[in-house]
Design a protein. Structure first.
Length: 151
């Protein structure tokens, strides 16, 4: 059994640089076991949204899947090309940075509100409210699951 290899110093430096440029590491697994998947929150299509990236453990950075724009690859020794690419990446706005957190707070707040109303109506003996809220929960559960876990 072989030990997992350590990321190179170039890969760690590039990861820091990409995070500073607004990219975030995706928790979803990629089909490439030795690479991190990075995604930029900017959705500004007029200027062109920044591509998603794969950062390999040797420091290679590659775009994926960008069939219309062409795929870019930045070797560990191509510092000038990598810097030129980062200069073209727009800085994410405040809303783009906090949108995932706000949406999760909204979903969990809604769940907590519905659960609170349900418990209160059960405690207070209001059968009609309880039935309405239970139906609301049963209707909303698939949408909440899709929003939270299939993102």
């Amino acid at each position: 059994m072989t030990a997992p290899s350590e990321p190179s110093e170039i890969a760690l430096s590039r990861l820091d640089t990409l995070i500073a440029a607004g990219y975030a590491v995706q928790r979803r697994h990629t089909k490439v076991a030795t690479a991190l998947s990075l995604h930029h929150p900017s959705r500004r299509r007029k200027r062109g949204a920044p591509p998603s990236l794969l950062l390999y453990e040797d420091g290679l950075v590659a775009t994926y899947p960008q069939p219309r724009q062409g795929r870019l690859r930045f070797a560990p020794d191509s510092i000038v090309d990598f810097r030129a690419f980062l200069d073209r990446v727009p800085a994410p706005t405040a809303w783009e940075k906090m949108a995932p957190t706000v949406s999760k707070i909204a979903v969990f707040g809604t769940i907590a509100s519905v659960a609170g109303v349900t418990l209160w109506s059960i405690y207070d003996g209001q059968v009609a409210v309880t039935a309405f809220v239970v139906h609301l929960i049963l209707f909303a559960t698939p949408f909440i699951g899709i929003r939270l876990f299939l993102r």
